[in-house]
Design a protein around this ligand. Structure first.
Ligand SMILES: Cc1cc2nc3c(=O)[nH]c(=O)nc-3n(C[C@H](O)[C@H](O)[C@H](O)COP(=O)(O)OP(=O)(O)OC[C@H]3O[C@@H](n4cnc5c(N)ncnc54)[C@H](O)[C@@H]3O)c2cc1C
Length: 373
């Protein structure tokens, strides 16, 4: 089949790679450079999940994604020579207030129910194993912690670079900085107008992240799926000495040590429309929180800050499947806070849908028609 994917973030790039691997002729189109929006901004944390005990398709998709990310890291390395930073680094969840403790106990209970490896660790053991964590925090009265060995990470910019390079190797037609003007489905094909010239495809997939709704409105003159952009601001530190820590999670904050000496600190969760700028107030708060957790993270070690727009949806589930009243036009978007993780499983499921095969996961909860008019 000849397939066009519009939007080259993690979702579009992963699907392009998967479809090209299944011998389809794929064209990947983006209005700017590939992989520079939410996917570049994301931390790349892959949360633990267990397919066997999952009670919802979204959890199954997370578990499939974890399995696939592990395989992809090797395949991408072999094909492109790029290490995408996949590491099974584990995750430490810490709580220091009654509210945080209640939330931690809830999360641990959820993982226990699903047979996901997790253990509470006492403060003494935390202090011994992780001396970089703030001693005042660890020895505080309300302190509790739990460790999940299966939490992993990918380095988002390197992962995207590897995917783009892999797509190129498999013959994907890459069209960055390309303005799609119209998408029109007819009986046997989809016509995509780019720079006033029409290109014919057997199927088209919209994967424009937070911008999917407006892109569909502009190019198809019809209602697309309701999108809720959710801004996340992030800080990047560089330390002379690599932090020997798992991913540290506390409330809405996470600290992700990379093995290059870089450390990511994130992230805010803000509904401010399509505003991708950072704010002094949020960055100061992130800076304070980071220092309180890990004293080595001082303001002088910050090398970069940025904001990205997570593609949120009204019910927090992604839209994946055919657009209503369409046979050949699909949507894959709305993966919100876990789009880097889900991109792997989503690409398998979407490729199956396009090939009219039955995906491993029941895709009904993700049907875009659940909200479209
Ligand atoms: C601060 C932050 C931290 C995050 N941390 C994590 C994490 O730890 N783990 C995790 O799994 N997820 C994380 N996420 C979420 C994850 O990054 C997103 O869910 C995911 O990247 C969405 O991918 P996407 O391809 O749908 O969107 P995007 O990456 O935004 O890509 C959309 C693409 O569409 C293109 N586009 C837009 N309009 C058009 C148009 N009209 N025509 C053509 N192209 C168009 C854009 O240029 C862009 O390249 C985080 C997100 C943020 C912001």
């Amino acid at each position: 089949m000849k397939i066009a994917i519009i939007g080259g973030g993690a979702i579009g790039l992963s699907l392009a790679w998967e479809l090209a691997g299944r011998s389809h002729g794929v064209t990947l189109i983006d209005e700017s450079a590939f992989g520079r929006k939410a996917s570049w901004a994301g931390a790349g944390v892959l949360y633990p999940a267990n397919f066997e005990t999952a009670t919802h398709p979204i959890e199954q998709l997370e578990a499939i994604s974890n399995r696939v990310h592990k395989q992809w890291a090797d395949q991408l390395m072999k094909l492109t020579g790029i290490d995408n930073g996949y590491r099974e680094c584990g995750g430490l969840y810490v709580a220091a207030s009654p509210g945080e403790v209640a939330s931690l106990v809830g999360s641990v209970g959820y993982w226990h129910e699903r047979n996901v490896a997790v253990d509470f660790i006492d403060a003494k053991a935390v202090a011994r194993r992780y001396p970089d964590l703030c001693p005042k925090l660890v020895h505080g009265n309300a302190f509790r912690a739990a460790y999940t060995p299966q939490e992993s990470q990918i380095c988002s910019p390197r992962h995207l670079e590897a995917l783009e390079s892999a797509c190129k190797s498999l013959g994907v037609q890459l069209r960055p900085n390309c303005d799609v003007q119209q998408v029109r489905e007819t009986t046997n094909h989809v016509a995509v107008t780019i720079a006033s010239s029409e290109h014919i495809f057997d199927a088209v997939v919209w994967a424009c992240g937070a911008w999917t709704q407006q892109a569909i409105m502009r190019c198809m003159q019809r209602q697309g799926p309701d999108m809720v952009p959710v801004r996340g601001q992030m800080l990047l530190y560089f330390l002379d000495q690599r932090l020997d820590l798992p991913i540290i999670n506390k409330g809405n904050r996470y600290i992700v040590p990379r093995d290059t000496g870089h450390v990511l600190v994130g992230a805010t969760i803000e509904k401010v429309g399509f505003d991708e700028t950072t704010t002094e107030e949020a960055l100061e708060k992130l800076t304070r929180d980071a220092h309180e957790l890990i004293p080595a993270l001082t303001p002088g070690k910050i090398v970069k800050s940025w904001a990205g727009l997570r593609p949120g949806t009204w019910d927090a589930f992604p839209y994946m499947g055919k657009m209503p009243a369409c046979e050949r036009i699909f949507v894959s978007t709305g993966h919100f806070k876990t789009g880097l993780q889900l991109s792997a499983g989503a690409s398998l499921a979407m490729a199956d849908l396009i090939e009219e095969k039955t995906p491993e996961v029941d895709m009904t909860p993700f049907d875009p028609s659940r909200v479209l008019i």
